[in-house]
Design a protein around this ligand. Structure first.
Ligand SMILES: N[C@@H](CCC(=O)N[C@@H](CS)C(=O)NCC(=O)O)C(=O)O
Length: 315
């Protein structure tokens, strides 16, 4: 479609070799559509896509302007750098690159605390000039948290939490034991990250008109209502999403509580409303009392101050 070679032997030889082998696999061959079918499908999407950004991206890929080529090449280089880094010799034990106010970092700290894994906390700069160790350890996103275990970096908070559960297998377990329950837990964790966090960010640090803020507050209320129902289903009448003990969804949602409460204070609204989401209100109180959580959760005032600082510097 574009006359540009993405899988170029000179640039990404490992990926080229892997792609050839992958496409030869019987299970893949049976299900993979032909290239022509993919081209046709892409053209159909392009023709019917009304959304500007998606159509724009596809259109650029099809005509393959030099900007897209550059982005693609850079992505590949960063990917290669990440692979190289992951293969590097192991040194040290557990280090966590983070910042105290990041809820994503809090997740990892709670998981490590629950498992009683000792670690060195390395505070890094994420705004402005990023710390060198962060750029080296997470060259793709350059974001915290990064868990460096025996010299190997693991990125993305939920992935790190899963890694911790799989690496340190002693109790308490974080993910449920049954594959179905694990799938449900991952579903809600993804929902929280996709929906709730975007809304909280909009309320906490983005300047918006009062009317659109009220709309966002309503959306948060809807999300929390769904999570109230999820709690009823997942907890089976027990104290946590994970049943008797704090589990995956508890950690993912619980790490957002500080920001939820900060937004309540800043916007003078009640998001965790006893009348609307009584189960979540009770759960939140219990969660914040847990020792592993308390130790690493900043005070509401700190969140409020931090949110004000971020939104001021964004203007
Ligand atoms: N999806 C990521 C999000 C991590 C994230 O957004 N981290 C923020 C700190 S709260 C960051 O590093 N921001 C720096 C940046 O966006 O450049 C995760 O779950 O770990």
């Amino acid at each position: 479609m574009s006359n540009f070679k993405f899988l170029d032997e000179k640039k990404v030889p490992l990926l080229v070799g892997w792609a050839e082998r992958f496409l030869q696999n019987e299970a893949v061959k049976e299900t993979m559509p032909e290239v022509d079918e993919c081209v046709q499908q892409a053209k159909n999407i392009l023709a019917s896509a009304l959304d500007g950004s998606f159509a724009g991206l596809l259109a650029s890929a099809v005509h393959c302007n030099s900007q897209i080529k550059d982005i693609w090449s850079m992505t590949i280089l960063l990917f290669q750098a990440q692979l190289g880094k992951m293969a590097a010799a192991a040194t040290g034990d557990v280090r966590l690159l983070g910042h105290r106010m990041s809820l994503f970092v809090t997740r990892v700290q709670i998981a490590l605390n629950r498992k009683k894994v000792g670690y060195e906390f390395v505070q890094v700069e994420v705004h402005g000039q990023k710390s060198e160790i962060l750029v080296k350890s997470n060259p793709v996103y350059k974001k915290i948290p990064v868990l460096i275990h025996q010299g190997k970096p693991v990125c993305e908070s939920t992935i790190i939490v899963e890694y911790i559960d799989e690496m340190w297998t002693s109790e308490p377990h974080i993910l449920p034991s049954h594959p179905f329950d694990r799938a449900v837990a991952r579903f809600w964790a993804t929902y929280i990250d996709d929906k709730l966090l975007a809304l909280l960010k909009a309320l906490a640090v983005e300047a918006a008109e009062e009317s659109s803020k009220a709309e966002t507050v309503d959306q948060v209320t809807e999300v929390l209502q769904l999570l109230e129902d999820a709690f009823a289903e997942c907890s089976h009448g027990k104290d946590c999403f994970g049943g008797d003990t704090i589990g995956y969804v508890d950690i993912v949602l619980g790490s957002c509580l500080g920001w939820i409460k900060a937004v309540e204070e800043m916007e003078n609204v009640r998001l965790l409303d006893e009348k609307k989401v009584p189960l979540l209100v009770g759960w939140a109180e219990r969660f914040l009392q847990d020792k592993a959580v308390k130790e690493v959760t900043p005070e509401i005032d700190e969140y409020v101050q931090y949110a004000k600082m971020i939104s001021a510097s964004a203007r």
